[in-house]
Structure formats: structure tokens, C-alpha cells
Ligand binder design. Sequence first.
Ligand SMILES: [Fe+2]
Ligand SMILES: [Fe+2]
Length: 259
Amino acid sequence: MGSMIDNYIGSEIDLEVITPLFKEDDYEIYWLGIDNETAFRCNVYLIKAGNEAIIIDPGSRAFFDEVKQRALEIVPLENIKGLILCHQDPDVAASMVDWLTLKSDIIIYSSDRTNVLLPHYGIEDYQYYSINQNPVYTFENGRKIEFVEAPFLHFPGAFTTYCLSSKFVFSGDIWAALDINWELVVSDFEEHINNMNLFHIDYMASNRAAKGYVQKIENKEIDAILPQHGSIINKAHVDEALDYLRTLRCGIDIAYGES
Ligand SMILES: [Fe+2]
Ligand SMILES: [Fe+2]
């Protein structure tokens, strides 16, 4: 069956139900929401590999109940094995304490720089998987995801997650966009560039960082980019999205001027 992302272009999705994005045998990927109507809305994703489920960027404590309920519609609690936290911002990671309270053996997949900050949410005793030490994770059913470090985009220890089955890049704040007229999948990329600019120009460190990250992933086959804010970028626009980062002027390029 494969990716369903193109099916959602130009269509309004039902925000009351879970949205499947990829299905192939015992491997599935879902968009869990959330449906808060602000420009800074957050995307939470879930990968279900056999009996193992991992939630990507579970998000704020404010939406924990909703995210939990949606995750549990897909898998039983015992199957939720881990959380991927692409950096420590509260909109990405704060609900880790709620998840760990519910299930103390959940594994936190994150970077070493993020992991020194996460205990400040209030729980310091948890199982930690270092993406810096182990950049490829293999699920029990053999499916693989690869963590790609993205220093200074925007946090020094930020990273993205590439799924080798779906060819999806879960990009965290990279390619994030702020938009009022949100749609699940980008339909007009020209317009979307304005929405990405609203986020990137202020948050991302510099063109050198953006370009450097593109060099790490441009040789991978990418079928879609799934950011933590804004719309999913489908395959038709992946090349333009890579070009966007290659030419982006942002952060210190602007704040301190170019020498
Ligand atoms: Fe962030
Ligand atoms: Fe964010």
C-alpha cells in the first residue's frame, strides 16, 4: 500500500479521527494531530512496527490527554515503547513526564545535548537511547530508522529521523511553518515558502547550518518531509524544500549581518 500522503492533497481531513500516512505489512505511520487552531500548531506522529510503537515529538503537557487517547486507539499501552524527542522544547518534549508517569519503562530516544536538559521537566530516572552513539535503530520486526544530527537547526543538539521503509523524514523544527490556513499536506509550495520563512528566519542559526544539513540527507531517497509544525511536504516538493534550505538566509546571517 505504501504512502498515503498524496491522497490528502487539497482535501480537508477529519480532525476527529486518526490519520494514517503509511501502511506496509506490519509497519504503519500515523499523524496523531493535534487539532489546536493556532498558527503554532504541533504535529505528533506515531510509528507502529509490529508490536512496537514509538511516538515522535509527543508534544506539550497541555495536549497529553488527547495524544494519549489517540495513540491508544492504535496500540495498547504496553506496546508504546518509546518517545523520540528531537530537542527539549516544551512543545516537543514536555509531555515526556506524563508518559513516564503512565509507563515508567518508556525509552527516551534523543541526543546527548538534549538529554542533559530533559530531567528539568521533573523526572530524571528513565531509560535513555543516545542517537549520537547509535544512529540507526532497528525495530524488533527488522524495520529501521536512522537519526541524522542537525546541529543548530535550531538547537545545537537537534536531530531528524529518517525512516528507511517509508522514506519519510521526520524533521522536527526544520521545514516547520506557521500558518493560519493549515492543511495536512502542502498544496501550494510558493505560498508555503512564506509560512516557512515566518519560522526559519528567526529560529534557524544560519545558512551554513541549513546547507550543511542538506548535504547530509540529499543523497537519501525522500518521499515526504514531516515537520513538527505546519504542513507535510510531499514528494513532488521535496527538491524545492531542499533548495529552500540551501538558499535560506536566517538567524545570525541577518541578526549580526554578513561579513
Ligand atoms: Fe524548537
Ligand atoms: Fe517546535
